[in-house]
Design a protein around this ligand. Structure first.
Ligand SMILES: [Fe+2]
Ligand SMILES: [Fe+2]
Length: 284
């Protein structure tokens, strides 16, 4: 990343801190005494978050519409991990805001893309086995494009220019960003480090477009790399134009082509429910 961009990032007043709720949940995950009661306590400190969790728990996504009437009930029905993932997703959306639109590019669609990639990463992790934690892969998928939210927030003029150039050059957005010295992967990795996220998560944010550069973190970067491609192919949320036609299946995942087709079917079957359920908690 050019030093001038690092300097700008260092002096940004509105670079969001890690949402407090997310911080508490991540700490809780590391604690051996973590349990559903501690999770409920965190949620209850933020009534708006609690309301959104109930709304999404009762959405078509979980197939129990209308049945969840309290946070403890949500934890019982959806499970600890699912509720934890919801908290992280919702608190990130709260922190970065839901607005901010550019021609042909909306923050809302970028959130849907992120949630799609999180869900797909979790499904890939489950299928690949290989010691992946589906749960951690969900969080990594959710955060993979976090740099784009910062670019939209703090570098709006540059983003407008990059989007225009993308149309002119007919190249994927990430390629044009790199050419312009404003890679969302690098900007995102800067934030991940500032938030003191795990090294693996920082690697995923930095290398999700080129997992083979990630050294020992290549496998988890490959999970998100594949999830990202599948979501673009299936047009879940924002989808970059002019991407290569086929799907590149990273060798480090030990998956077969059939597995990828199965995964694509599985993700596609969730597409409408994902969009409807998350749109219901995203205002605007
Ligand atoms: Fe990306
Ligand atoms: Fe992405």
């Amino acid at each position: 990343m050019p030093p001038s961009i690092i300097k700008r990032l260092e002096h940004l007043d509105d670079l969001p801190p890690m949402p407090n709720t997310m911080h508490m949940v991540l700490q809780e995950m590391e604690s051996i005494s973590s349990n559903s009661k501690s999770l409920e306590k965190i949620i209850m400190q933020d009534p708006m978050l609690a309301a959104k969790i109930l709304k999404i728990a009762n959405s078509p996504l979980y197939g129990v519409a209308g049945q969840v009437n309290s946070i403890s009930h949500a934890v019982t029905i959806l499970g600890f991990d699912e509720v934890k993932n919801l908290i992280i997703g919702l608190s990130l959306i709260q922190a970065f805001g839901e607005g901010g639109n550019f021609d042909g590019f909306s923050i809302r669609d970028l959130w849907l893309h992120s949630i799609g990639v999180a869900t797909a990463s979790m499904l890939i992790a489950k299928r690949a086995g290989n010691g992946f934690s589906p749960d951690e892969c969900f969080t990594m998928g959710l955060l993979h494009d976090i740099g784009r939210f910062i670019l939209c927030k703090a570098f709006a003029e540059e983003v407008k220019k990059i989007l225009k150039l993308q149309e002119e050059k007919r190249q994927p957005l990430s390629v044009v960003e790199e050419e312009q010295g404003l890679s969302h992967s690098e900007v995102g990795a800067y934030l991940a480090q500032r938030w003191k996220l795990s090294e693996q998560t920082t690697s995923v944010v930095r290398y999700h477009h080129r997992p083979r550069s990630a050294g020992e973190d290549e496998p988890c970067c490959a999970v998100v790399y594949l999830a990202d491609q599948l979501c673009h192919k299936l047009s879940i949320g924002w989808s970059s134009k002019w991407l290569p036609k086929g799907i590149m299946l990273p060798k480090s995942l030990s998956l077969k082509k059939d597995d990828v087709q199965e995964l694509a079917r599985e993700i596609k079957s969730k597409k409408d429910d994902l969009a409807e359920s998350w749109a219901s908690v995203m205002g605007g």
